[in-house]
Design a protein around this ligand. Structure first.
Ligand SMILES: [Zn+2]
Length: 59
């Protein structure tokens, strides 16, 4: 059986740039990922989705 593990959505802390896996909300197949309540590293509660996180500026 080829079970494909789902990669959790990841979020980036806007304060310290720590990457945190999202929290699962709901049951499969309708579950979604929510940003963590706060950053374990710095306590900040503002996160941006990793997919939307801007790449490092070139200059
Ligand atoms: Zn943080």
């Amino acid at each position: 059986m080829a079970h494909q593990p789902e990669r959790p959505k990841e979020y980036v802390c806007e304060n310290c740039n720590n990457i945190v896996a999202g929290v699962v909300d709901g049951e499969p197949p309708d579950h979604t990922y929510q940003p963590p309540r706060d950053c374990r590293a710095c306590g900040n509660s503002e996160f941006v989705e990793l997919d939307r996180y801007p790449s490092t500026p070139q200059q």
